[in-house]
Write a protein that binds this ligand. Structure first.
Ligand SMILES: [Zn+2]
Ligand SMILES: [Zn+2]
Length: 266
């Protein structure tokens, strides 16, 4: 099975990821405008007609900005839990009933040839989920907004061949930066975001030969840089005596433009 992953955008302005096989594909979150999503898809050679649906992680604007227009203009179904739908829908956000698909937590469903399971994560929205996606013998886990990694999320993350996980802020930059105290506390809390050190030490705990691709996502514009993410990861791995085998690929996802297309092969 051919399998391609591309991050169309992963910055504070909005997140949107594409996963595709030979014929079909799905989007995970629609946090940039529908126009940008269509433009970025065409830039990587993916026809919008091949998109079978959108998976939504939670109701924060940087994950749903393009959802209303994309569902309306392209009549795409969108999949998330009933609790997250309740938190998204309001008089200003109107999504056609035909496009609303409610999914239960931790139960597999099929879409575009993929087997998909949503799992709960800790974040400061009414509910937030990650996705575990099986495609042939490959497994992809996406966990982009979480304040800490609970045992449930860790199970799905450990099973991945391709992992998209956030490395949101550099702990020192956040501490020394201009954000007000309440915002710093919110970001650092167990229901906020993962810092570089948290993510890299977790990755050092779980790294294994099956985890061939790690994509670090959701970098803060004000409190992080791609260089710091990489330095932190290298330092943590060196301290823990971990040598990457050369089979593993680490990718820091761009904030505002598509990443390279990552091809997973059997
Ligand atoms: Zn969020
Ligand atoms: Zn977010």
């Amino acid at each position: 099975m051919e399998l391609n992953f591309c991050s169309l955008s992963s910055g504070s302005s909005g997140k949107c990821y594409h996963l595709g096989n030979e014929s079909d594909g799905i989007l995970i979150d629609a946090g940039i405008s529908a126009t940008s999503i269509r433009r970025f898809l065409s830039r990587i050679g993916v026809p919008i007609q091949s998109i079978m649906g959108i998976l939504i992680t939670h109701n924060h604007i940087d994950h749903i900005r393009g959802l209303e227009v994309l569902t309306r203009k392209n009549t795409l179904p969108a999949f998330t839990t009933s609790k997250i739908w309740k938190s998204i829908l309001n008089p200003r956000v109107k999504i056609s009933r035909d496009c609303i698909r409610e999914i239960p937590l931790q139960e597999k469903f099929s879409l575009a040839g993929f087997e998909i399971e949503a799992f709960p994560v800790h974040h400061d929205a009414p509910e937030t989920i990650g996705f575990h996606i099986c495609a042939g013998n490959k497994k992809i886990t996406i966990a982009t907004d979480l304040g800490h990694i609970c045992a449930t999320a860790a199970t799905y993350i450990q099973a991945a061949n391709l992992l998209v996980i956030e490395s949101n802020y550099d702990e020192l930059m956040l501490a020394q930066g201009k954000y007000p105290y309440f915002l710093k506390s919110r970001i650092k809390s167990d229901h906020g975001h993962l810092g570089n050190h948290q993510t890299s030490s977790f990755l050092a705990d779980i790294i294994n030969d099956n985890l061939t691709t790690i994509c670090l996502a959701h970098l803060s514009k004000n409190n992080n840089t791609p260089e710091l993410v990489l330095q932190n990861l290298q330092k943590t791995f060196a301290e823990r005596g971990i040598n990457l085998t050369g089979q593993q690929r680490i990718s820091i996802l761009n904030r505002n433009m598509p990443s390279e297309v990552i091809r997973l092969t059997d």
